[in-house]
Design a protein around this ligand. Sequence first.
Ligand code: SF4
Length: 233
Amino acid sequence: MYAETQTWSPFKGCEFDCTYCGPTFKAQAKRQMHNCHDCYMYTPHNHPERLSRIPNAKTVFVCGNADIKFCDTDYLKLIIEAIRNNKREGQTFYLQSKEPACLEPVLDLLPENVVLVTTLETNRDEGYELISKAPPPSIRYEQFVKLDYPRKVITAEPIMDFDLAIFAKWISTIEPEYLWLGLNSREKRLKLPEPSPEKLYKLAETLIKRGIEVRGKTLRDWPMPEGLNRTQG
Ligand code: SF4
């Protein structure tokens, strides 16, 4: 039997410094103090000894505690080769970046069981530099749309205040297989500019009406429209 989801980390680390990463991925990395100093510091680095150790899970998050934008393209090709050579059936690999243009050089190498993912927490660029050093949402959106690849997923988590018409249009234009929608899961430790519950309801409702699957995650007790797949929280 497969586990449902596991992270496979032949590359780790990131320099985008998202404010919400500290309490999540970086906190996990700090547990590696005695194993790998670069993991502990979240410095981008390779773990080639893991290339052949793909987890036995139905869904594999590739380099989940990292952003592959910081991964050298030649090494990224080795990661993709490991996926291509993997003989297990029924597995899906999620490859994620907040700078999706970094995937352009490898698009032709991707097998059908790879899904590309980017995060869009909002459509608003203004003030985003206080949240992350990643490309602002508008640039990230443009890069993701431009990728000529049929399988895409968007993570709108942790969701931040947005302009309903623009944000819904962006998501519809990308035509994702589905959208993860989630609130800030560390609200006591970190304040983010959140939309009102009514606005978030409207976004989910608009997308569902347009035929986009919306999967909810960490939505507290906020009301959500019928048709939203609330998986946790
Ligand atoms: S892009 Fe991802 S891994 Fe990098 S700092 Fe932000 S949340 Fe953390």
